[in-house]
Structures are given as structure tokens and as C-alpha cells.
Design a protein around this ligand. Structure first.
Ligand code: A2R
Length: 318
């Protein structure tokens, strides 16, 4: 049976990917620093801090997976500015610990490494949808650490480890932290609707354009990428993108249009990033041509689900 070791299983993507993998018939071992919030009999759990090299070896020795999907990371850009050492230790050294453990204990396993579209950084200033051959010019510690981890993966690929690197663009959906823009908007609208916030939304840069994807579409791409474990040759790096850039203002307008509350908008300078880029979109031709993957869920649908989630969540929020 195909057996996936999933790192970062308790995170936003991990929780959705676990269900995607189980539905596809995979046996799944979930690695995380804390127990899964809703443990069940249909997956296994492993306590693992990827900064601990010995623990990585022990986890691989115990599970002997056929596939690994490496999501565990410090994934929040402002956190990476606040705590660069934690970011580099987790994202780079943690990845190296995992790669060494794969080499020692599961050298035939196929690994998918979740990098990020953030690695393109300054290259987005060209204003076009970037493909996988575009220059990588990171603009923050998170992006730099992901690019460094990509280099580590490529070194191990050269030594015979099999796998791919994915660069997902902005994935959104139910379960995402309100530190991220769409969840922050949905939460604020829900708070306004139930009278817990004045009818003024605090927003950052609304003119920026981003390539938004539903997290379920991203997980479908990760699942399809596992198919490469059956073949000899395949591209090493894949964008996971919609190919379209959407203004953050349009996202806000769509969410507000789904509410009956009367809402005004106020700029919060603290929400502006020091080095924001106007347009960040990805060219998704490669994954479309090779795997016929394309996003299936519309932005409108995703935003409706997000708002529904936050309407329930804010009821119990203090
Ligand atoms: O700390 P935990 O157990 O809540 O897990 C977080 C995990 N993580 C770690 N796991 C093991 N050892 C560590 N030292 C460690 N530090 C963090 O990574 C968390 O559950 C997970 C990341 O989840 P999120 O922050 O929700 O990221 P998301 O959006 O699910 O992104 C998945 C991946 C990340 O590598 C992104 O950079 C990439 O997709 O684009």
C-alpha cells in the first residue's frame, strides 16, 4: 500500500491534504509537533520537531513511507521578519534533517517539497505571470529560506533522491489563520454582522493583485504530483497557480457583496508590508500540460465558504 508521511499535518494545508490523501486510498502518517486536534483511527500520528535531526531519522525508520509530502515550515512572512533564526532553522535545517533521514531510511521514497511562489520576489515586478524558469529574487526571510531549502532538495535529487518542488501561489480557504488577508476580511465581516466590531473594516494594500487558489485545488495538485513516483523522468519544479491575478479590492468587494451589513473600509498602515509587490501571478502551463491539473473551484465559491466558516467561528470568539 502507498504510505505517505505528511509533515506539517496540523497546518492549514495539512488538514485538507490529509483528507485528500485518505480519500485517494493512501495510508497516511501525520507528523506534527502537537497531537492532531481530531485524532481518528484512519491515520497514524507521529510527534516530530523537524529541527531535531535524530527525531527525523527515527520517524522515517518507524514509518518507512513510500511517499513524503513536506509541508512543515514557518509559513508566515511577518513572523519570518520577527524571528529569522526560527524561520531558517525550521525551513532550511529542518528540510535538511528530513532529507538526510530520507537518504538513510527511505531512499526509494518520493518526496514533494512545498516551497512557495514567494521565491520569485522581485521578479514579479516584471508584471507578467511568471513561469518556473523565472529568476528567484526573494524579498523576505521566509522566501529566502524556502529558496535555500529548494537548493538543498535539488542537491539531494542530484544524489538520487526522487521528488519534486512545488511553488504554490496564494492558497486560501476554510481553516486559514486570520493573519492572511482573505481570512482577515471574512472574520471582520462576520464580527461586524454580529455586532462585535464597528462597521469599519481595517485593510492593507487593496491595489495589490494576487493569484488566489482554493486550498482544495492546491491539494489536488499535490496528490497528482505523487503520480511521478511511477515514472523515471519528470520536471523538478512546478508552479501551482491559477494564472490570473485578482486585485485584493475585488476580493473585498466580493466578500462585502455576500453580506447584508453596511460596511466601510479604513486603511490600517500596520497591514502594509515594507516591500509589497503590485502584481504576483503564476504561469501554470507546466502542471497543466504534464498532469492536466487546473483549478476547479471559483474564487466566489471559496469566499462564500470562508465567510460561512467565520460566521460560525466568531460566535464563540471573545
Ligand atoms: O507547530 P505545529 O505542530 O502547529 O505545526 C506547524 C508545522 N511546523 C513544524 N512541524 C514540525 N517541526 C517544526 N519545527 C515545525 N514548525 C512548524 O508546519 C504547522 O502546522 C505547519 C505549517 O502549517 P501552516 O503554517 O498552516 O502553513 P500552510 O499554509 O499549511 O502551508 C503549508 C506549506 C508551508 O511549508 C508553506 O511554506 C508552503 O506550504 O507554501
Amino acid at each position: 500500500m502507498k504510505h505517505v508521511l505528511l509533515t506539517g499535518a496540523n497546518g492549514f494545508v495539512g488538514k485538507v491534504l490529509l483528507e485528500t490523501l485518505l480519500a485517494a486510498g493512501y495510508r497516511v502518517s501525520c507528523a506534527s509537533t502537537a497531537p492532531h486536534p481530531s485524532p481518528r483511527a484512519d491515520f497514524e500520528q507521529i510527534k516530530l520537531d523537524i529541527r531535531d535531526a535524530m527525531a527525523c531519522v527515527a520517524a522515517l525508520e518507524r514509518t518507512k513511507p513510500t511517499h513524503i509530502i513536506h509541508l512543515a515550515a514557518i509559513s508566515h512572512v511577518p513572523t519570518s521578519f520577527r524571528d529569522p533564526l526560527l524561520t531558517w532553522n525550521t525551513n532550511v535545517l529542518g528540510s535538511l534533517n528530513l532529507l538526510e533521514a530520507i537518504k538513510q531510511q527511505a531512499s526509494d521514497a518520493f518526496v514533494v517539497f512545498a516551497s512557495s511562489s514567494e521565491v520569485y520576489g522581485e521578479a514579479f515586478k516584471a508584471g507578467i505571470a511568471l513561469d518556473e524558469n523565472s529568476p528567484c529574487l526573494p524579498m523576505n526571510p521566509y522566501a529566502a529560506s524556502k529558496l535555500a531549502a529548494e537548493l538543498a532538495f535539488e542537491q539531494y535529487f542530484k544524489q538520487g533522491i526522487r521528488g519534486v518542488i512545488v511553488r504554490p501561489f496564494n492558497h486560501i480557504g476554510v481553516g486559514q489563520s486570520p493573519d492572511f488577508v482573505t481570512a482577515s476580511f471574512a472574520r471582520q465581516i462576520a464580527l461586524i454582522e454580529c455586532g462585535k466590531q464597528a462597521p469599519i473594516m481595517q485593510v492593507g494594500n487593496l491595489e495589490a493583485c494576487r493569484d488566489f487558489l482554493d486550498v482544495h485545488d492546491v491539494c489536488a495538485a499535490y496528490l497528482q504530483l505523487l503520480e511521478f513516483s511511477e515514472v523515471q523522468t519528470y520536471p523538478r519544479i512546478f508552479n501551482v497557480a491559477s494564472g490570473h491575478a485578482c486585485k485584493i479590492r475585488e476580493v473585498l468587494d466580493e466578500l462585502i457583496s455576500q453580506s447584508s451589513a453596511s460596511i466601510s473600509v479604513e486603511l490600517d498602515p500596520q497591514r502594509l508590508r515594507p516591500s509589497d509587490i503590485p502584481v504576483a501571478a503564476g504561469n501554470c502551463d507546466r502542471i497543466h500540460d504534464v498532469l492536466s491539473w487546473q483549478p476547479k473551484i471559483s474564487l466566489k465559491e471559496t469566499l462564500a465558504l470562508l465567510l460561512a466558516e467565520w460566521r460560525l467561528r466568531v460566535v464563540t470568539e471573545r
